[in-house]
Design a protein around this ligand. Structure first.
Ligand code: CU
Length: 139
């Protein structure tokens, strides 16, 4: 009862300015928070082998992707595709250097290949991406 009376007093005394101030403050705080969280929280790819756009003179033995945070084994995946379809990879390994790695058991013929990766870091948000490389064996 006492609390209600106090808050009614306040809202009557300064209703318009207070509402405007609170709205502005809330908006600014929310925007700053989302901006900082977006910058700091998401994990991202930091490098890979093969590198994006690399032209290899022989079939790669494995595919490895490094991240900015330790990859969550539960959601981490690597797949490899060519125009002809999906290429089977070996079992995924999660390494201590914030990377995931899979062997390429098959000898890849000349052509373009796409690596699809999926993982999550500290904030648990699943991130996905892909990059391509080319195999062009010397004649
Ligand atoms: Cu995130």
């Amino acid at each position: 009862m006492k609390h209600e009376a106090v808050s009614m007093d306040e809202s009557t005394r300064e209703r318009i300015p207070m509402t405007t101030k609170i709205r502005l403050m809330t908006g600014v705080v929310a925007m700053v928070f989302l901006f900082v969280a977006g910058l700091a929280a998401h994990m991202a790819l930091s490098k890979s082998t093969p590198t994006s756009g690399e032209v290899l003179e022989e079939s790669p033995r494995h595919v490895q992707v490094w991240f900015t945070q330790a990859p969550d084994p539960a959601v981490s995946r690597l797949t490899l595709e060519s125009a002809a379809g999906t290429i089977e990879l070996g079992a995924l390994t999660i390494l201590d250097d914030k990377s995931i790695k899979a062997a390429v058991p098959a000898m890849l013929s000349d052509g373009a290949y796409t690596v699809n990766w999926r993982s999550a870091g500290d904030d648990g948000h699943t991130q996905r991406g892909n990059f391509t490389f080319t195999v062009r064996a010397r004649p």
